[in-house]
Every structure is written in C-alpha cells, then in structure tokens.
Design a protein around this ligand. Structure first.
Ligand code: KIV
Length: 271
C-alpha cells in the first residue's frame, strides 16, 4: 500500500520514506483556514504557507513586501484547519538573509506562534549559516533553489533559471550543501527538467518541483493558480484544474440578478 494512504500525520520522515519508495509527494499552497481545511481533507501531503500570499492574497506584484507578522497570521489560520498534512511556512524576505541570529529568531517566532511544522528559505551557500543555526534549534528547514522570487530584482525577470552551465553547476552544489546541512526537502523552481532530474537522482533529500519537470520526487503549485482563481498568470508549467474565477463570477451574477428581481430571499428563506 502506498505510504501516504497509511499515515495519519505527514512528517518529514514520511516524506523521506515516500522518496525511498518512489511515491510522489503532493504539495499545494494555502493561506487561510477554509481552503486549508478543504485541501487537507482531500489528502494533500504538504501544505506550504507560501510568501506567494503577498501576490495572491494581498495583491502585491512581488513576494518582497509581505512581513513576518503577516506570514504568522496566515500560518495560524492554516494550522487551525489542518489535521494531516505537513505544514511548511516561508520565511519572508528580510527575515533571515545576512544575519543568522535574526534568521533563528524569525524561525522560532513561526514555530512558537503558529504551531507549523517547518520553515522554507530561498538560497544556497549565501544563507548556509542561517540554515544551520535554525536547524541547530531543531527546526526542520526546506530549501528553495532555481527561480527564487525573493531575488527577483537581482534576476530581473521570471524566466527559466540555470540553463547556463555555470548556474546549473552552482545549483547542483547548493543542493548538495542543503542536503549536507540537514534540510529535509528542497523546492526546485523553474529550471530545466533534465537538471532537476539529475539533482533528484543524486540526493537522498526529497526534491519538490514547480516548473522542474516530472522526474523529481513531488510537485507543488500555488492553489490560486491551479484552481483558476488567478487569471493573468499563465506560465507553461501551470496546469489549471478548474476555472474558479469564472464559476465565482457566474454565481455572483446569479445572486445579483435574484436580489434585483426580488427573487431572493423567498418565503422559505425568511423567518
Ligand atoms: O511562495 C510560494 O508559493 C512558493 C512556491 C511557488 C514554491 O514558494
């Protein structure tokens, strides 16, 4: 029987076991109680309280503005809903880069104030000291390499990363470094499928891809994108499983019509 059907609670250990048994890991973002409850009940393995909340919840054009307090607010709502999935929370921009004591204190706030199970951080060698300090406090860390949206102003664009040999070599080195440091998983975002497959094959650590092809240990998408709530964002890697924006608009238009036509509320809907 597959590992994920057997477990009542997904832990970092379960993810390693899934990799060993070649069972793919499913991961989605969530930022609020109601959505987290639905996707947990549907059987998702990992829920990421992503800093993509900055885009899809708050309407910013990057992940940079979201604050640690705001991430904690979202994470608390998700934790209250979830019974089974492993909950990972993004450390937001400015809460860990360049200062490992600040990084530790940000990670401790997330773990203490939200009850989530792990944190995620973008970068490799540059943030090694912060990752190791957080791990030394017993806090599980997930890495994130490739397209790292918190560095968008350094990259300049959201195009595929690590196509050039030098950048691919650095990504492979960083992935090994994250594994050696003790990260329990690594997200690889928007890199060539062949490179992602190589990293997944070389490492014991579970590799979760987003725009990284099929030959990794699991996949992650932003829930608003895969449900078709966001409409403008259409990268090649995104599969839309629903047109929720269209469904919601239709329902709202029906409601407006019913209100205007005095159809709502009717007698049965009144006291
Ligand atoms: O914040 C986020 O949603 C993420 C995923 C894209 C992996 O980091």
């Amino acid at each position: 029987m597959s590992v994920h059907l057997n477990v009542k609670k997904v832990t970092t250990h379960v993810l390693h076991e899934m990799k060993l048994r070649h069972e793919k890991i499913s991961m989605l973002t969530a930022y609020d109680y109601s959505m987290a409850k639905i996707i947990d009940q549907a059987g998702i393995d990992v829920i990421l309280v992503g800093d993509s909340a900055s885009n899809v919840m708050a309407g910013h054009d990057s992940t940079l503005p979201i604050t640690l307090d705001e991430m904690i607010y979202h994470a608390c709502s998700v934790v209250r809903a979830v019974k089974r999935a492993l909950i990972v929370v993004d450390l937001p921009f400015g809460s860990y880069q360049g200062n490992s004591m600040l990084a530790l204190s940000s990670a401790i706030r997330i773990m203490k104030e939200t009850g989530a199970h792990a944190v995620k951080m973008e970068g490799g060698k540059e943030i090694k000291e912060s990752i190791e300090r957080i791990l030394s406090a017993g806090i599980p860390v997930m890495g994130h390499l490739g397209l790292t949206p918190q560095s968008i102003h350094k990259f300049g664009t959201y195009v595929v990363r690590a196509k050039e040999e030098l950048e691919a070599k650095k990504l492979i080195e960083d992935a090994h470094l994250l594994e050696e440091s003790g990260c329990f998983g690594i997200v690889l975002e928007k890199i060539p499928a062949k490179l992602a497959a190589q990293v997944a094959a070389e490492l014991y650590t579970p590799i979760i891809g987003i725009g990284a092809g099929p030959d990794v240990d699991g996949q992650v998408l932003v829930i608003h994108d895969m449900l078709g709530i966001t409409q403008e964002f259409s990268p090649r890697f995104l599969r839309r499983y629903h047109n929720l924006a269209g469904e919601i608009k239709g329902a709202v238009q029906n409601y407006i019509q019913d209100v205007k036509n005095l159809d709502f509320p009717n007698e049965k809907e009144s006291y």
